[in-house]
Write a protein that binds this ligand. Structure first.
Ligand SMILES: [Zn+2]
Ligand SMILES: [Zn+2]
Length: 124
């Protein structure tokens, strides 16, 4: 185990000595999206339509395509009132909320800052 007494110095001199196996350090917080995130998320995310039959919200769970931590997003469909979401693709914007403390994250943010979109087909 490393004795990390000087945070500022260790931040500059981080050379990745490869001592730790199995536990990756959290990546740095970056607000925004990146190419490829949406594609990766589309393959790994689990989408649940709730309640079944009369969908009122879309629940997305799965690993964040950027940091790899498990994240969770609920998209309420009452935003679509006046127009039905049934039988169409709803584009959900997911923002990482993995709960891991990523370096550089502003207070109140509980993810790595990355966001991506997921297209969800709501059955008619
Ligand atoms: Zn994370
Ligand atoms: Zn993340």
């Amino acid at each position: 185990m490393g004795d990390d007494t000087d945070a500022a110095a260790s931040r500059m001199a981080h050379d990745g000595a490869g001592e730790e196996a199995g536990s990756a350090e959290p990546i740095e917080y970056v607000h925004g999206t990146e190419p490829g995130l949406a594609e990766r998320a589309a393959r790994t995310s689990e989408v649940e339509l709730h309640p079944p039959g009369r969908v009122e919200e879309i629940i997305v769970t799965g690993p964040c395509p950027a940091c790899g931590d498990t994240t969770f997003h609920v998209e309420p469909l009452f935003l679509y009132r006046g127009a039905t979401a049934r039988g169409r693709d709803v584009v959900v914007e997911v923002i990482c909320a993995c709960g891991v403390a990523h370096p550089g994250a502003p207070q109140g943010e509980d993810g790595c800052g990355r966001s991506w979109v997921l297209s969800v087909l709501v059955p008619g």
